[in-house]
Design a protein around this ligand. Sequence first.
Ligand code: SF4
Ligand code: SF4
Length: 101
Amino acid sequence: MINAYVFNTLQYDPKLCIGCRMCSIVCPHAVFAQNGRVAQLVRPERCIECGACQRNCPTGAITVDSGVGCATAMIRAALSGKEEVTCGDGSTASCCATKDE
Ligand code: SF4
Ligand code: SF4
């Protein structure tokens, strides 16, 4: 089991992964990448806990507490001094964009 508790509530168990690639496709922040047969957690610090990967993973390999999603990301960004996480890039509404993307 790999978890990203230092950043957020995202957890990934590669033993359960069947390599369907759904997590890589749906993640708005490229947290997962496909490497061979299974997914790899490559940018856990970028997870905003939106829950899309968990909802689309057919095997339950991913868990994340998406109860408050972006609000949590914004609070963490504020407390850590990171670039503020925003909803949208200013032209379109989105819960999955940051100012630097
Ligand atoms: S919860 Fe959202 S941002 Fe985090 S890894 Fe899953 S799809 Fe990506
Ligand atoms: S969605 Fe689940 S089973 Fe599919 S590649 Fe990602 S972790 Fe593996």
